[in-house]
Ligand binder design. Sequence first.
Ligand code: NAD
Length: 709
Amino acid sequence: MISYQVDDRNIGVLTLDHPHKPLNILSAASFEELERLLTGLALGGPTGSPGQDRPPVGLIIISGKADNFIVGADIKVFAGFRTAADGVQASRQGQRIFGLFAALPFPTVAAINGTCLGGGLELALNCTSRLISDHPKTALGFPEVKLGLLPGASGCTLLPRLVGLQAALDMMLTGKNVYPYKALKIGLADEIVSAPALLGAAKERVLQLSAGRVVIAKRRKPLVARLLDGPLKPVVYRVARKQVLKQTGGRYPAPLEILKVVRRSLGRRLPAALELEAEGFGRLSATAQHKALTHVFFAGSGKGKLPAEPVAVSRLGVLGAGLMGTGIATVALDKGITVRHKDIDYQALGRARGHIQKYFQGRVKKRILASRETGLTLTHYSPTTDYSGFGRVEVVIEAAFEDLELKRHLIAELEAVVAPETVIATNTSSLPIAQVAAGAQHPERIIGMHFFSPVEKMPLVEVITSKATNALTLATTVKLGRRLGKTVIVAQDSPGFYINRILTPYLNETFKLLEDGIPVDLLDRHVRRMGLPVGPCTLLDEVGLDVAGRVAGVMAPFIGRRLEMTDHNQRFTEDGRLGRKNGHGFYTYSQGKKGPVDAAVYQLLDHPQRRTIPYEQVRDRLLGALYNEAAYCLDEGLIDSASAGDVGAIYGFGFPPFLGGPYWAMDQLGLPALVEQLSRLAQEHGSRFTPAPPLVKRAAAGEWYHPVN
Ligand code: NAD
């Protein structure tokens, strides 16, 4: 992966280029290669034979890839750690090898074009100077926190020393990327140059550094930054800790460990600081949260094999310029796909265009895009009220109203205008695909593509096949979903598909708990404490009680009896409570802002007497209902793997990532213990908790959902 060359001015250039992969990932082998090369260079030349080699005047580290420097270390290595000691050892090894850059007797320059994450950034931090390109893919970051870890190969130690405490914590605690202009501003990069000029500029920098013409002097930081790094340090830690606890409820150990390590190590001598970092990394590498988050990472990045060679989509037709259609069009444009957008309502198309423009202006403001690129992107968008242009699209996504007859009618219209091989995807949230496709001339090219709102933010797409859908349609749709930057799970055509299927018992139990007297706001608080982003009452208000009621109506004939399903959803809708959109739901709303609980909702419940229900009971009932349904889903083949079910629940409705998804969490509880818990709940609260037979069977056989858990 690493090659070394010296140019005619005796500048050493170390090029990183994994020969068989599109991304540079640091594997155990590449660490070894680096160590060998750097040890040689430290001794005088690449072969490390004094007398034979002449040391270079300086060294440039650059990537041979067009759009990435190094995207990080190989996460599979972390997954193999058994104890904290394994983590400590790996951390020390990473620190030692990257430290070889810092110890070289000549200047080193990291020339960064494209993504530079985790271990890649740690390598760069050990260089004398960092030059970055203005390539749209150039981004620097420490995503370790998202895997329940800290940057343990010297990143946690070196970053605050370079960019100051606040900027470093911001990067490490959120795992967010930093883009070129911000990187320059905080001192993470020393210069931005255009990608083609990067190597030349890096060589100039090496010559200047080796001639002592540029001292990478500690830039005098602005007064505020100096205060934050000095007397106000305790305040920075306190505020950061408060924020972490607010966002994570203390359920994620990594950000707290990062704070602890930085607080204890900053200001110490390097070896002592690095040792604290290694110990922190070791502790985190042994946590259940790290294991769960790593599982989610692998499950979510699934680039599983496609059942056929997909058609590449360059032109997309979108039907419907409402909330979903507009979101889909926006994301497609952002990924470089040309969009033909049809609605019957001019005003809706006008609003869609306004939304798209605002979205891209936001990207320019955040300096993710240059304004000229926005202009160019908008030329790929064209609204229409007829079907002109639809003959040239590879895929159409239909996002008109949730109405079976309308959707069937639209498919008939589409079949008359699109090319014979065009895929027609419907973004229905609950209608069976087989019914939508009934009457179509070519049901084999019809498929479900269930996006979640807001499309720009929600990371999941649930693709639903009917029995008629063919392999090419499935492959093209999955590929398109991935191209749109989404994690794709494939679900079978069954009422509610997968996400709504597991959500239904959870929301049903919400109403049961309310019937039992728990106050709305207490229930929401308990659920947030469980680690979900919003409580179920707030969720129902956001989604719309009418929308949720429609989904419940689809589910009721199917699993309603087993779930002892309530009709409260409908009752709320009939009472005119649609949620946030009409300012009337579980909560009161004034000028779009959520206010206190509307006390009138208790009159709609059968037992308006309120009482406290303990957190543990709320947790066990809500999750128990969901787990039991998940057991049925996998058994029925609704999803093809427990891992798909895990990422689906996490990305589809915010199941707590640190639990690793429902199936991972069930394994952690232990299936026999879960069966026992459900049986107890069934006795106390009703037969809906009767353990699912496939769960009982698996528990009795001593099986797991994830065999190597
Ligand atoms: P919406 O009411 O915001 O928008 C629907 C749009 O379709 C409107 O602009 C309407 O003018 C347009 N339309 C109606 N008839 C049309 C026709 N014949 N040709 C072209 N356009 C037509 O609805 P939405 O929330 O965007 O939902 C659209 C679809 O997505 C529905 O099937 C819905 O169930 C599904 N969905 C919604 C959500 C959500 O959270 N809102 C989530 C997942 C899926």
